[in-house]
Structure formats: C-alpha cells, structure tokens
Design a protein around this ligand. Structure first.
Ligand SMILES: [Zn+2]
Length: 140
C-alpha cells in the first residue's frame, strides 16, 4: 500500500518522494504557498486558497461610521424604491380604493360638467358644458 500525504497548498493527495520532508504535491504548489505567505505578510490580505485564515478587516471607525450612515440611506432608498416598484407592478385595477379615492370620485361626479368659456350660449340661452364622462359638449 502506497502512503499518500495531503498537499498543504492545494489539499490534493500525493505520493511523497521523501516522506516527512515534502509538504506539497509539486514545486508549483510549494512556490505558490510561499508567494501566498509573502502576500499575507506584506499586504495583510487573506490568500485565495487559504482555508484557515480569516479575512483581516480594516479597523477604521470613521469608515465604519460612513458605512452605517450609507446603510441607513440605502435602507431608506431601498424602502422608497420598493414602494415605487410595488406601485408600478400592481395594476391599478387590483389596488384597493382608499377614502381619498372615494372622495376624489365623489368630487369627480359632482364636477362631471365643466363650463366651456369660449363657446357662446345656445338659442335657448343655455351654457355649453364639457361632459367629462361622455366627452361631449352639451348645453344645459
Ligand atoms: Zn498541491
């Protein structure tokens, strides 16, 4: 039975040429691992293939403050956008009538006829009205 080891970089099984001394499956993994370590040391960024390392977050209170303020703004904007989207998506016919809608409707029917000021009275002396329901000019 051939003893295999697990590459410390890529995690693949490999058959070591010299057991104990070899930690990586290949020269490229050894070299990539070394480069990764330098990157972590130098830039304090997590390596792409690193499993153990957690991302190092920048400790910058002012930045975090800005981010949370932006978050509140974004949340408010998000709610407004959601409301607008709902209004766009919901067809008018499916929206519930509000008290205002009913009042508007009452006012609308009260003012069905609008006097037309640039038309003369008819031979009976009646004024011209525009009927907003039928779209006709009528005299009354
Ligand atoms: Zn490897």
């Amino acid at each position: 039975m051939i003893k295999t080891e697990i590459c410390k970089y890529c995690g693949d099984d490999y058959v070591p040429k010299r057991r104990g001394a070899q930690k990586f499956c290949s020269n490229s993994c050894r070299s990539l691992n070394w480069k990764n370590k330098q990157l972590i040391k130098g830039l304090k960024v997590p390596a792409l293939n690193s499993i153990d390392e957690k991302p190092v977050l920048a400790e910058n209170p002012s930045l975090q403050e800005k981010m949370s303020l932006a978050g509140i703004g974004n949340a408010a904007a998000g709610a407004a956008i959601a409301e607008i989207a709902k209004n766009i998506i919901t067809p008018n016919a499916n929206k519930p009538a509000t008290k205002k809608d009913i009042d508007d409707l009452k006012a609308f029917f009260k003012a069905r006829y609008y006097i037309v000021k640039n038309m003369n009275r008819d031979i009976h002396g009646r004024s011209a009205y525009y009927d907003i329901l039928s779209g006709n000019i009528i005299y009354k």
